[in-house]
Write a protein that binds this ligand. Structure first.
Ligand code: FAD
Length: 292
């Protein structure tokens, strides 16, 4: 089957892409072709498409599964591993583990692994960002990158009141553990850290000490109770832009480089069926790429 080409979307709990054709479905040329419509790819597509003059094509192997109940309900995420939304990768046999092979889940859907993951929102440490700079990357530090991180999410407070970070499309909340009535294990965990000098800190993002216990936050929309993913966050934004075309069911097998110029020529599907065709890139000619 050739790629399914769709265009625009509405509503965070509905499908991101509509079932009807849109005017940008026939965009055969682009300034940027992004290979894989996963977590990082949709962020990049969102940023690039802020300029309405820039034409972007996103090619994703999986489908738009945003309206699938298994994706929406964070509690059943384990059922997605091994499903059609998982690449079902397997690691090499490990000699040190008696030759066992381990499954390595990876999302195969619009939104990539963010539609099958465990929704745990674990903010990065400032020290981790600063380490990039110390490895010889000037400007790649907490001070310059923290604003980018903060643009990604909206943090919903535990007990009403104003939202503390409202810039981004990823909804972050403090889910109530179902075992709340019995916090014996959580209390013991906290106490163990405290006894070793690593106390509980209430702030989610810490620029200082990062070892210790923190509140549990998750990429779950507290209003709907649904997963907040790159698909229904960033994908929803870009699918409504006329300068972006999202193609699902598109398996990219090759990136053709023109030896006479430093840019890529196109991406195409696994066979030469009518639905599979190259996408020409112009001007910048850059290709992004998913994790897999
Ligand atoms: C089961 C699981 C649980 C996780 N739990 C958490 C968690 O609780 N908290 C957390 O922070 N992180 C978690 N992660 C990790 C996190 O989700 C990933 O690190 C992140 O989503 C990776 O983003 P990415 O853009 O690098 O790749 P992905 O989001 O995986 O995107 C890659 C995309 O490329 C597409 N693709 C690949 N090859 C091709 C091709 N040839 N043609 C077209 N498309 C292609 C894929 O289908 C996919 O959509 C989890 C991951 C998994 C798998």
């Amino acid at each position: 089957m050739g790629p399914q080409i769709r265009g625009q979307q509405q509503g965070s709990n509905k499908a991101v892409l509509p079932r009807v054709p849109s005017p940008n479905d026939h965009m055969e040329e682009a300034d940027y072709v992004i290979v894989g419509g996963g977590t990082a790819a949709l962020v990049v597509a969102c940023r690039l498409s802020e300029n309405p003059e820039t034409r972007i094509v996103v090619l994703e192997r999986g489908e738009d599964t945003s309206s699938d109940a298994r994706v929406q309900d964070p509690l059943v995420y384990e059922s997605l591993m091994g499903s059609e939304m998982d690449w079902n990768l397997k690691g090499a046999p490990q000699a040190g583990l008696n030759g066992r092979e381990f499954n390595q889940a990876a999302g195969k859907a619009l939104g990539g692994s963010s539609v099958i993951n465990g929704c745990i929102f674990l903010p990065p440490a400032a020290a981790a960002f600063n380490a990039w700079e110390s490895l010889g990357n000037p400007g790649w530090n907490w001070e310059t990158l923290a604003p980018c991180f903060q643009r990604a999410y909206t943090l919903h407070p535990r007990t009403g009141g104003p939202q503390s970070n409202t810039a981004g499309p990823i909804q972050v909340s403090y889910p109530v553990p179902t075992e709340r009535a019995d916090t014996t294990l959580l209390d013991a965990w906290k106490q163990a850290f405290e006894e070793h000098g690593y106390g509980y800190a209430d702030e989610l993002v810490s620029e200082g000490a990062t070892i210790g216990t923190r509140p549990y936050t998750a990429t779950i929309d507290p209003v709907s109770g649904h997963r907040s993913s790159a698909a229904n966050g960033y994908g929803a934004i870009i699918a409504s832009r006329a300068n972006v075309r999202i193609v699902t069911g598109a398996s990219v097998t090759r990136i053709l480089f023109d030896s006479s110029a430093p840019h890529c020529h196109g991406s195409r599907g696994p066979d030469r069926s009518p639905g599979d065709r190259p996408i020409q890139t112009h001007q910048r000619g850059d290709h992004g790429c998913g994790r897999v």
